[in-house]
Design a protein around this ligand. Sequence first.
Ligand code: COI
Length: 362
Amino acid sequence: MTDFTVLKNLQPQPELVRENIKKDPGFGQYFTDHMAHIRYTIGDGWQGHEVRPYGPLLLDPAAAVLHYAQEIFEGLKAYRHADGSVWTFRPERNAARINKSAERLALPQLSEEDFIDSLKHLVSLDQAWVPTPESDADESSLYLRPFMIATERFLGVRASHEVDYYVIASPAGPYFSGGIEPVSIWLSPKLKRAGAGGTGFAKCGGNYASSLVATNEAAAKGCQQVLFTDSVENKYIDELGGMNLMLVTKSGKLLTPALSDSILDGVTRRSLLELAPQLGLEAEERQISIEEWREGAASGEIVEAFACGTAAVITPISKLVSEDFTIDHGEEAGEKTMELRKTLLGIQYGRVEDKNNWLVRL
Ligand code: COI
């Protein structure tokens, strides 16, 4: 394992505060006592591996990330098993994806070893922040957020020669405030998240920034998420503001849009497609139009819909609301949706055999 210099936080949050946070962490509101950091310069490559106290960054006001958004990130979780051990899920997929994102955003490649070791060093120091789930339905975990930012100071538009990589960690409960209660989705009529040749497949902040106005529109319509369609024909499902979308058919298919320039290669998405056959579902990745969803729901062929991602896990969708129509799947979570959720969480928390060797001990 790569050596990381450890600078211990001499003023960690008191145990009582930490334990209270872990009881009801919400999502992304609290942070642990340390963060991992590695610095890149064009001459020396990645150097200075360290874990240091969590705290504000000192950035030059001319740092490239602040002006041209040269930034990428990842999201994965640390899960506590019944015997107290702590594991993560398919981190090599996140390592591969951060490098795909880095390539698109003209950021440097980071080795899989540096990526995984940064998680291991941070979590070993902040072990006490990993929540213990209280039941099989409990999805409490320690959410890990690696990110890479362009920190060279200059105002010309070119790739930065100096880059900083960090990992921060946040105890997390469900992403949506209603937990696994089904969510309603607003179909963005005009605004798009991504287009052909763009950065939609990369995990970069810009994609999320471009989803925010539509997310506000969704909230104004009483919906918890927004769905974007393709930017050319405005008719095919792309993805939700912050996660992938899947549909289940009566004839036993698990449908999701095929990967493209504008779809994120979600680790949860990929894992569910791989698990589908074990649950009697045939995975199908292809273009899916809103019209197909609408007609399929009306005829009884499309019976369930859900959102999936590391943060969202698997969250059932009750309805898709558009300017002209509503697709209604009812307020009860779908049967296959819940089976997939139970199996995935079962593997992640060590209750279901990990036949694919997806878990990595932290
Ligand atoms: C994740 O699922 O890890 C994400 O980055 C999505 C974001 C909406 C929190």
